[in-house]
Write a protein that binds this ligand. Structure first.
Ligand code: FMN
Length: 155
């Protein structure tokens, strides 16, 4: 099972987290990192488990680097029934009405096209006490273990 971390960011926090996750995971896994701005829905394959890390901007919307990918999902309505992913959100409870809306929107858009979400969406709160990587690494390890079982291959 290949691993790919895909990040959606506005000001770089999700990119830094994606790189931190890659560093932590690459001892045990082959893992690539890509900005969602460089990925089209048709690039997603069934042999890879996708760890999506996405922030929220505007009024609960996707960050700039994820917007073309989100628009392509809406425009093309692709069949993603072969795709497995997990998602980690970055947000801030200073925006209580739209807290982590970006990762929620993206998870729903992928699931609507048939992609299978592994594990629960886990969210980081920039106003909270936790460092994002302290939540994201246990999340990644748990969903990778579950994906290895579900995809029927060694991680
Ligand atoms: C102008 C602006 C709008 C934001 N809007 C939201 C929001 O609606 N909901 C939320 O949970 N976080 C919101 N955030 C917080 C960001 O998602 C959070 O700071 C995140 O860590 C940024 O990650 P990034 O650098 O990868 O984009 C906003 C931040 C800014 C500066």
């Amino acid at each position: 099972m290949k691993l790919a971390i895909l990040y959606g960011t506005e000001t770089g926090n999700a990119e830094m987290l994606a790189e931190d996750l890659q560093s932590a995971l690459e001892a045990d896994h082959e893992v690539s990192v890509a900005n969602l701005s460089d990925i089209a829905p048709e690039d997603l394959d069934g042999d890879t488990f996708y760890l999506v890390v996405c922030s929220t901007y505007g009024d609960g919307e996707l960050p700039a680097s994820a917007q073309p990918f989100g628009a392509a999902l809406d425009a093309g309505d692709p069949d993603l029934s072969h795709v497995h992913f997990a998602i980690f959100g970055l947000g801030d409870s200073a925006y209580p009405d739209t807290f982590n809306g970006g990762s929620a929107v993206l998870a729903a858009a992928l699931a609507q096209r048939g992609a299978t979400m592994i594990g629960d969406r886990v969210t980081h709160d920039a106003s909270g006490p936790d460092l994002a990587e302290d939540l994201a690494l246990p999340w990644a390890e748990a969903v990778i273990a579950e994906a290895a079982t579900r995809l029927g291959a060694a991680a």
